[in-house]
Design a protein around this ligand. Structure first.
Ligand SMILES: [Ca+2]
Ligand SMILES: [Ca+2]
Length: 452
């Protein structure tokens, strides 16, 4: 959202002049009346390159060489949108176009099938995906004839666009370099055969992001690597009530595009952890990245190609990470180990704060109550909303949620914070008493190498 707000004035400045001078082609703008009547498929290919910037060129489907700015030796990226029930152009389209162009010298082809996607009848839009895929397959054959290597083709498909990419990929016998699927559509695709949906054999490398598996997205893994931020179900910051209007339906689904745009812009890094379940990830059971060697766990997004070789060897990898409710979405992870010397075990939730010179980061580990036992290290995963570079103070709060019982206290023998991703040294504090529901703040020390 912030990108869009930020870029809008810029685009308004550039576009009117460019359009009159160069006749820029634009994404078809339809409205609800079109969606109500229904639209028949028409595929338009809008070419964007560094030469013409944000001014799109309507491409010939049969002669890509008709456009001198189309360079066959460059990477060719296709951006394929999904269902458009209101017929409006996707609001994120100018931003992602600009970000991709700024990122790599490429031929960027925005596949505009708004005529075909704009209909109130979702089943009709699903049917149309096959027509779009056949059209794009014919176009790729033309590109091939003109010397474009299929390895240099990257398709980014959103929702239904992900399955369109899969169909095209299968038609090209899996020779396309990469398919990125952003919350691939679930309805009408769940439970279908591999040929009827995206699967890892559709391209040399298939990376998938799931953000709404309980509604519009696809629940099961579909690629070589599948990312499930926040379990892939509901995204933080998205409305929980239908009273919020249409964003209630699309916010989780659309978050996939916003997360991906942040990765193109390299705002920050989401390390993603392979795990059996999201609960296991939150419990801190999956912080090991050894299987990926020195590179560590894969970073979600545009740059995950750096892990391509190892991910292909691992076959299919399902990974998790957690995000903030708004940009920057990345969280900073620490392993927290708490050892107590109370005689009896204690159960409760922990909130950890890190204070820097002018910043405070909070990690609330409240998805479950944890058991703290005498002389036993209880390991937790603390995910902070910000990355505090130099920690000056640290706070702990312990709560049991039990209002009727007398207050508990944790007699902490040692608390140790180990950053999972940075290279900073672990931080410790020895011998501190944490009263229930009362935040205690102290200065952490570099950890001593000892048995406790
Ligand atoms: Ca397939
Ligand atoms: Ca959801």
């Amino acid at each position: 959202m912030f990108l869009w707000l930020y870029l809008t004035p810029l685009l308004l400045l550039i576009d009117p002049h460019a359009c009159t001078a160069q006749e820029c082609a634009e994404f078809v703008d339809l409205d609800l009346s079109h969606a109500f009547i229904g639209t028949s498929v028409r595929v338009r290919l809008l070419l964007y390159t560094s030469e013409k910037g944000m001014c799109g060129t309507l491409m010939s489907h049969t002669d890509p060489t008709a456009h001198p700015q189309f360079n066959t030796s460059r990477l060719t990226t296709f951006l394929i949108h999904g269902y458009r029930p209101t017929g409006s152009p996707p609001r994120w389209l100018p931003t992602i176009t600009e970000l991709l162009l700024a990122r790599t010298d490429m031929n960027l082809i925005v596949v505009d099938w708004n005529n075909g996607a704009a209909t109130l009848n979702y089943f009709k839009a699903v049917e149309n995906t096959h027509t779009v895929a056949d059209n794009l397959t014919a176009f790729l054959e033309k590109l091939k004839e003109n010397g474009v290597s299929m390895s240099s083709v990257h398709m980014i498909g959103i929702s239904l666009g992900a399955h369109i990419s899969g169909f095209v990929g299968a038609n090209m016998n899996g020779s396309i370099g990469r398919i990125t699927a952003l919350d691939p559509a679930g309805p009408q695709f769940t439970g279908t055969l591999l040929k009827d949906r995206l699967d890892p054999s559709d391209a040399q490398f298939v990376d998938v992001l799931h953000t709404d598996i309980d509604a519009l997205g696809f629940r099961e893994p579909l690629g070589h690597v599948d990312f499930y931020p926040n379990a892939g179900t509901d995204q933080p910051g998205c409305p929980k009530s239908i009273l919020s209007g249409s964003s209630y339906f699309k916010c989780d689904h659309q978050r996939s595009v916003f997360l991906y745009m942040e990765s193109i812009k390299r705002v920050c890094e989401h390390k993603a952890y392979p795990c059996e379940s999201y609960r296991g990830f939150l419990d801190g059971l999956c912080t090991s990245c050894e299987r990926f060697g020195d590179a560590g766990c894969p970073v979600f997004g545009y740059d995950v190609t750096g892990w391509k070789d190892v991910l292909l060897k691992l076959n299919q990898t399902k990974t998790y990470f957690t995000t903030n409710p708004a940009s920057p979405f990345c969280m900073t992870k620490y392993r927290v180990e708490v050892m107590i010397w109370n005689k009896a075990a204690r159960w409760g939730r922990l909130t950890v704060k890190l204070h820097g010179a002018d910043q405070e980061a909070v990690a609330t580990i409240d998805h479950a109550a944890f058991e703290f036992k005498r002389f036993t290290g209880t390991r937790l995963l603390a995910q902070f909303d910000k990355d505090v570079k130099s920690v000056m103070k640290m706070s702990l709060k312990f709560s049991t949620g039990n209002v009727l019982q007398p207050k508990n206290r944790l007699r902490v023998l040692r608390v140790r914070l180990t950053p999972l991703e940075g290279r900073e040294r672990p931080l410790c504090r020895y011998d501190v008493v944490v009263e229930e529901d009362r935040e205690v703040t102290f200065r952490p020390l570099p950890c001593q190498d000892s048995n406790f």
